[in-house]
Design a protein around this ligand. Sequence first.
Ligand code: NAP
Ligand code: MG
Length: 326
Amino acid sequence: MKLFTDGDADLSLIRGRRVAVIGYGNQGRAQALNLRDSGAPPIVALREGAPSRARAEADGFEVATPEDAAARCDVAAVLTPDDGQAEIWETALKPNLPQGAALVFAHGLSIRFGLISPRPDLDIVLVAPKGPGSALRSEYEAGRGLVTLFAVHQDATGAAEALALSYAAALGSGRAGILPTSFAEECEADLFNEQAVLWGAIPELIHAGYETLVDAGFSPEVAYFECLTEVKLIADLIYARGIAGMREAISNTAEFGALQGGRRIVTPETRAEMRHILAEVRNGSFVAELMADASAGYPKLRASRREASSHPIEEVGRKLREIRPN
Ligand code: NAP
Ligand code: MG
């Protein structure tokens, strides 16, 4: 598979277009700042009375409504929460985007699950940074970049791929790698990984390990360092060296323990459950549940936030961060 880099991208394409960034949250702010520093300053589009308006203005951006920005741009990056994108499309983008404009998504969900059926005259591309907005920005500022996936769903002008590469390079990702994919692959892999590995499994594993130690009478602080703090150290090692390389950096004792423990925790049943999660992602049932919770005002999501923040591990973490020297 070809990994595209700055040499494959023509920055002048995005610099020659009028870009609107819709939303000024995690991705919106980072992308707007990187685009501006790359010579493609965007208009920021926000609703009337948006709480994030003050921040966008303080950062020096012109702020317009989504309707107004859509009418004035020829590249619109949709950087608002996935569950509200269909409404923005219907009310602001579909009626106002000029013929032949491009829509840029940071995640394939709205297109993959048919929540948006785009006008046929538009270029529809995906530029999906593989990490949070804060990292997209800090890597850019450090002269590096964050790996980005890219895809073309609809190429109305014949220039969609070149535009996507140009946009990705303006985010700084040409310094790290721009990897081709499809909307479906990016979306399904991302939704799967969020549940099966990253935001689902790892925190649950940390909670379970912490509770096992504390229930057995270990001090919460020791349990915290063992089961939570060290996750960063192993993540850094794996990132830098791969899993086999990480093993070389740990003691033989730790490595022997890994051999004993890993497969008792991630069992054939765990793998079977991962396949169920993937099936629920692909058949749309996960997205249907997400949209149902979103339209009810997120009762399930809010309950799970309350539950997570009331876990005793948070109090230990707060105390340890207070006394930590840096
Ligand atoms: P987010 O931070 O939750 O977005 C919040 C921003 O969207 C706020 O500025 C909010 O404005 C604005 N907004 C919400 N509804 C709006 C509407 N109807 N019209 C205009 N603005 C509206 O979102 P995010 O986490 O960056 O995610 C954005 C997209 O990037 C999603 O597709 C997501 O899957 C993808 N993505 C995110 C990350 C990440 O770093 N989180 C990483 C990769 C991809 P107000 O001030 O009005 O609230
Ligand atoms: Mg995601």
